[in-house]
Design a protein around this ligand. Structure first.
Ligand code: TYM
Length: 325
């Protein structure tokens, strides 16, 4: 199966990106053709500093590898280096009803958050995202829950294209985990953990042990003192239980039993230890890769060349079908 997914290089990756997306990618590499890219063309739709972008891209590649992606298996590259993404994005624009874009939750949220910069790219973002997947004839897209609506649009546009121009694309399925697809903010557990919020609300993959511990110990919890999983009544503790469960393989029920006579304090201390230990090999690998500039460039070069072959083939077919060649 052809699997496609990507992450924006907007800041460091956090544990939500890992548990919702990357953790799924790792086993998929074994028996599928995986295309995992750095979505830099998406990242420029919200305010950013051009001087930092190349570094952020490099850090995201390092994060991919440190978290377990295997460049010998998965195709890893930078989106903007393959101009066929924007080309297919434009072609798909011509069949995308604008109403579909205006109702997107992420567009509405980002328009509120970045009021001074509601640009056309922000609205058109899901069409480019559709192009990202259809360009590689992706059949499945492993992501967090916040991307579900965008993947629905991929199916709509794929169907429309096929109807208008003849069978070309399959309809990509979303791969969204039952647990972990929406990790919440540590400082406001009613909101999802987000790269663009306060750093205290996120555990970044490469946070130092003391920082992780401090963030977890000061994470917002709920009234009462029992460690019980109840998303409505105890959103803070439930979010921490979810993280604990996903990193250890213990069920939330087992964790409730384990911490039955203990308070939030003991639970948080134990969770801090779990997170610190889980991320230790990631930090080690990241430090090693930070000094291997040539190796990182080589990964991107190889990924680019493998991706380009597929992308050019698809664009040729699409342009022929649309009467452009
Ligand atoms: P981005 O960069 O916002 O997030 C990257 C991935 O992490 C997931 N995610 C989360 N999962 C669980 N809990 C959270 N709190 C959390 N926050 C983020 C996201 O769902 C995503 O899987 N539009 C995409 C990037 C993209 C893309 C694509 C993805 C561009 N083209 C094509 C798939 C296919 C985005 O902004 O992800």
């Amino acid at each position: 199966m052809r699997i496609v997914s990507g992450i924006q290089p907007t800041s460091q990756l956090h544990i939500g990106n890992y548990l919702g997306a990357i953790k799924q990618w790792i086993p998929l590499q074994e028996n599928n053709e995986c295309v995992f890219f750095i979505a830099d063309l998406h990242a420029i739709t919200t305010p950013y500093d051009p001087k930092n972008l190349q570094n952020a891209i490099k850090e995201t590649v390092i994060a991919y590898i440190s978290a377990g992606l295997n460049p010998e298996k998965a195709i890893i590259f930078v989106q903007s280096q393959i101009k066929e993404h924007t080309e297919l994005g434009w072609l798909l624009n011509t069949i995308c009803p604008i109403g579909e874009l205006e109702r997107m939750t992420q567009y509405k949220d980002k328009s509120k958050k970045f009021k001074a910069n509601i640009n056309a790219g922000l609205l058109d973002y899901p069409v480019l995202q559709t192009a990202d997947v259809l360009l590689y004839k992706g059949q499945a897209v492993p992501v967090g829950k916040d991307q579900e609506q965008h993947i629905e649009l991929m199916r709509t546009l794929s169907r429309k294209f096929n109807q208008k121009f003849g069978q070309t694309f399959s309809e990509p399925a979303s791969m969204i985990l039952k647990e972990g697809s929406k990790i919440m903010s540590l400082t406001d557990p009613k909101k999802k953990m987000s790269k663009s919020d306060d750093p205290k609300s996120c555990i970044f993959l490469f946070d130092e042990p003391e920082v992780i511990t401090k963030k977890i110990l000061s994470a917002q919890t709920d009234s009462g003192k029992d460690v019980i999983y109840n998303v409505t009544k105890k959103p803070g503790i439930s979010n921490l239980l979810t993280i604990y469960s996903l990193l250890t393989g213990k069920t939330t029920q087992q964790l409730e039993d384990e911490f039955r006579d203990k308070g939030y304090g003991d639970f948080k201390k134990s969770l801090a230890l779990v997170v610190v230990n889980y991320l230790e090999p990631f930090r080690r690998k990241q430090k090693e890769l930070a000094t291997r500039e040539v190796y990182i460039q080589e990964i991107l070069k190889q990924g680019h060349s493998r991706a380009l072959t597929i992308a050019q083939e698809t664009i040729k077919e699409v342009k022929e079908k649309m009467g452009l060649v």
